[in-house]
Design a protein around this ligand. Sequence first.
Ligand code: SF4
Length: 233
Amino acid sequence: MKSLQVLTPNKKCIFDCPFCIAKGHKHNNDFVNNYENNYLKWESNLIKILKENKDLKNIVITGTNEPIQDIKCIKDIVRITRKYRSDINIELQTRYYKYDKVFDLIDVVAFSVSDYKLLKKVVKTKNITRIVVILTDNFNNKTLTDIIKQFDQRIEQLTFKIIQDSNGYNKKLDTWIDKHKANDETINNLKKQIINYNGNISIMFDETCMDSTNRYMVFREDGNLYKDFYEVK
Ligand code: SF4
């Protein structure tokens, strides 16, 4: 396992993104919250995973809501990881664009942005900053140059993500995505422009972020390890 997605405990998200894949899981993110109810179990299981998986290179702090809603949990994950595996890179996925001191503890802060106008709101963090463009129709007809010009030029990384639907489970979600995903022409043009880009920003295109195979596993608030975001024990 190269990467571990560590989830902060589920709660109602302060945002209500219409494309939120967390709303598209059959388990409805309903897991026992051992982070709060049985902390020692949660912590000892995380330590065990860190110690046993020597090939683990990356921890990604994320959630089924905005992880910044649980700064204490973020700090605990960072503290434990630094103590037992100081070699591991720690990433935080967020759409909270105001600077928070907790960003200083993180190696890579990845800000999701689904609206072209919001690109300029992303703050440069102390270490590496990544912008993750969620390809909604808001980006239709925008070029790579248009997008890069919008944000702080000190930002080091840029990832484009195709929106993933729930494969029929959440009809409202899937209908919205079908109507509001970026058009093929925009996506194809961006892919060509990325190939020809020779600037300083590291750029990636991610078409399969929910496919965990050979990529990552998931550690939930119940203190258990899952093979992906869909599995229920
Ligand atoms: S911030 Fe993330 S978890 Fe919250 S609604 Fe948006 S996509 Fe879903």
